[in-house]
Design a protein around this ligand. Structure first.
Ligand SMILES: Cc1cc2nc3c(=O)[nH]c(=O)nc-3n(C[C@H](O)[C@H](O)[C@H](O)COP(=O)(O)OP(=O)(O)OC[C@H]3O[C@@H](n4cnc5c(N)ncnc54)[C@H](O)[C@@H]3O)c2cc1C
Length: 435
C-alpha cells in the first residue's frame, strides 16, 4: 500500500542518528536552527555510556591520564586526526553542552574534568574515559579508595559476571567480593539487563531489590551492580535505591547492547522533538541531491516516499557497522554520495599480519576527507557542495576504537560541523536564548 507523499522542511537535515548525529541535533536545536534528523539506531545502543575523549595515544598501549595534554601531542604527531584539528576549548565546550542537555533530561554526567577517569569495563578491567554517567561515578571512586565493596550479579543474566569483575580487580582491590542474587519478581531462567532496567522503574521492585542488597552487603558500604538502574530517569532510580539501602551504589556497563546506550538513545529521541527537532527515526536516506534551492533527501518506508527539503545537510552516517562506509573486494565506498574515501592502496594492506598489532590496522583509519569548514571533499579535492558538512567517525585519519575516542570524535566534530553550518545558514541568537 502506498500512502500520500510525506514532505518535511528544515534548515538543516542531519543524516545519521548515532552519537554524532544526535549531538549535532542537540547543538543545532540549541542554536535555533530548525533541524530534521533521520537514521537507524546505529552503534549508540552498544556503547558503555562512557564518553571517551582520548584514552590511548596512537600507536602506543600506554593509557592517557591527561587527555588535554595528549591532544597537544596528537596535534604534533597526527595533524590530520579530526581531534587534532579542533581547538581544545571547542572540544570542552562541546562536551559541556552535550552533557548539560542530557543531564537536563534525566541522565546526569560527571563534568569533563582536567584528567581522565579510570572506569570499570564489563569484564572488570579499567579504561580511561572523560565523562561517566552519575549512576556509575561511585565505581571509579571506590576503585581508587579501595573501599569495602560487593559486586552483585543476577541469576540468569548472561554477559556480566561479578566473579569475573572481582577476579580482575582483587589484586589491586582486596576488599572486594562477588555475590549472586535472584532479581525480584522475575521467573527462573534467563534475565536481561534491559528488562530489569524497565522493572526498576516500579517502586515495589526497587524496595524488594533494596532488601536483597542489604542482605548481601555485609560490612561493605558500597555495592556495584550491572547497569540496570532504570531506562528513563536512571538518576532518580539510583538515588532511590541508595536511599532504600543506605549504601553507595554504582553501575558497571554490561556487554552490548547495553542499557546505558539504549537509555541515551531513548532519552535523545524523546528530548530532541521537544527541543523542536523533527525526528524521522528508523529510516535510511536513500538519496541526497543539491539544487539551487538547497538539498533534497529521499527516504522510503512501506507507506511510500518521504522527502526532506533542507538548506544544509550534515552527514553523520558512521563507518562499516552503521553503513556509512562499505567494504567491497575492490575498495571501500561511501554509498550515499559516492564521496572519495581515503583508504589503504589495496585490500592486502587493510590489515596487519598480527590482529593485536599495537599500531592498529590501516583499514580503521579509512574515511572521508573534510576541509576546515567540515565540508566533505569531492573527487577534485574541493568541497563536494558548500551546503554539505560531515561529523563523526566517517571522517578519516582516526582509529577511534584503538585510541578510545569514539564519543570525543563524534561530539567534537558534530560541534564543529554545526558551527560551520550556522556560518552558512546565517547568524542566530546565542545558545540558550529564548525561542
Ligand atoms: C561496541 C561499542 C562500544 C562502544 N563503547 C564506547 C565507549 O565506551 N565510549 C565511547 O566514547 N564510545 C563508544 N563507542 C562509540 C560510539 O558509540 C559511536 O559509535 C561513535 O562515537 C561513532 O558515532 P557516529 O555517530 O559517528 O557513528 P554511528 O554511531 O555508527 O552512527 C551512524 C548512524 O548513521 C546511520 N546511517 C547510516 N547510513 C545512513 C543513511 N543512509 N541514512 C540515514 N542514516 C544512516 C546509522 O543508522 C547510525 O544511526 C562504542 C561503539 C561500539 C560499537
Amino acid at each position: 500500500m502506498t500512502g500520500p507523499p510525506r514532505n518535511f522542511g528544515a534548515e538543516l537535515a542531519v543524516v545519521g542518528s548515532g552519537m554524532a548525529g544526535l549531538a549535532a541535533s542537540v547543538f543545532a536545536a540549541n542554536r535555533h536552527i530548525t533541524t530534521a534528523l533521520t537514521g537507524n539506531s546505529g552503534a549508540l545502543a552498544y556503547t558503555t555510556g562512557y564518553l571517551d575523549l582520548l584514552g590511548r595515544v596512537d600507536g602506543s598501549t600506554a593509557e592517557v591520564a591527561d587527555p588535554w595534554l595528549a591532544l597537544e601531542d596528537l596535534r604534533q604527531a597526527r595533524p590530520s586526526h579530526p581531534l587534532a584539528r579542533i581547538a581544545a576549548a571547542d572540544i570542552r565546550a562541546a562536551f559541556d553542552e552535550f552533557t548539560a542537555f542530557v543531564g537536563e533530561h534525566g541522565i546526569a554526567y560527571s563534568p569533563a574534568g582536567a584528567h581522565n577517569i579510570c572506569a570499570l569495563t564489563p569484564a572488570g578491567t579499567l579504561k580511561r574515559t572523560l565523562c561517566v554517567p552519575a549512576t556509575m561515578a561511585a565505581g571509579p571512586r571506590a576503585v581508587s579508595e579501595k573501599a569495602a565493596c560487593v559486586i552483585v550479579d543476577f541469576e540468569g543474566l548472561k554477559g556480566f559476571s561479578a566473579r569475573e569483575v572481582v577476579a580482575h580487580l582483587a589484586g589491586r582491590w582486596p576488599a572486594i567480593e562477588a555475590r549472586r542474587v535472584a532479581f525480584p519478581g522475575m521467573p527462573r531462567g534467563e534475565v536481561y539487563a534491559e528488562v530489569m532496567a524497565r522493572a526498576m522503574e516500579v517502586p515495589a521492585t526497587r524496595e524488594r531489590l533494596a532488601e536483597v542488597l542489604r542482605g548481601v552487603a555485609g560490612a561493605a558500604r558500597v555495592i556495584g551492580l550491572p547497569a540496570m538502574l532504570g531506562m528513563h530517569r536512571p538518576d532518580r532510580v539510583h538515588a532511590e535505591l541508595q536511599r532504600l539501602t543506605g549504601l553507595e551504589i554504582f553501575e558497571i556497563p554490561t556487554l552490548p547492547p547495553s542499557v546505558p546506550g539504549v537509555r541515551l538513545r531513548e532519552l535523545l529521541e524523546q528530548a530532541l522533538p521537544k527541543a523542536g527537532v523533527t525526528l524521522i527515526p528508523q529510516h535510511k536516506v536513500a538519496q541526497v541531491s543539491f539544487d539551487a534551492d538547497g538539498a533534497a533527501l529521499l527516504l522510503h518506508d512501506s507507506f511510500g516516499p518521504i522527502r526532506i527539503r533542507a538548506r544544509a545537510v550534515i552527514l553523520a552516517t558512521g563507518r562499516f557497522l552503521s553503513g556509512g562506509l562499505e567494504a567491497h573486494p575492490n575498495g571501500i565506498r561511501e554509498p550515499l554520495l559516492n564521496l572519495p574515501v581515503t583508504q589503504p592502496a589495496g585490500r592486502a594492506d587493510w590489515y596487519r599480519e598480527r590482529y593485536t598489532d599495537s599500531r592498529g590496522h590501516p583499514l580503521h583509519r579509512a574515511g572521508i576527507e573534510i576541509d576546515a569548514e567540515s565540508r566533505p571533499l569531492g573527487p577534485r579535492g574541493r568541497p563536494l557542495d558548500d551546503r554539505l558538512f560531515a561529523a563523526g567517525v566517517i571522517v578519516a585519519h582516526q582509529d577511534w576504537i584503538r585510541s578510545r575516542s569514539g564519543a570525543g570524535i563524534a561530539i567534537a566534530t558534530a560541534y564543529q560541523a554545526v558551527a560551520a553550518a550556522q556560518r552558512y545558514l546565517g547568524p542566530r541568537p546565542p545558545p540558550g536564548a529564548p525561542r
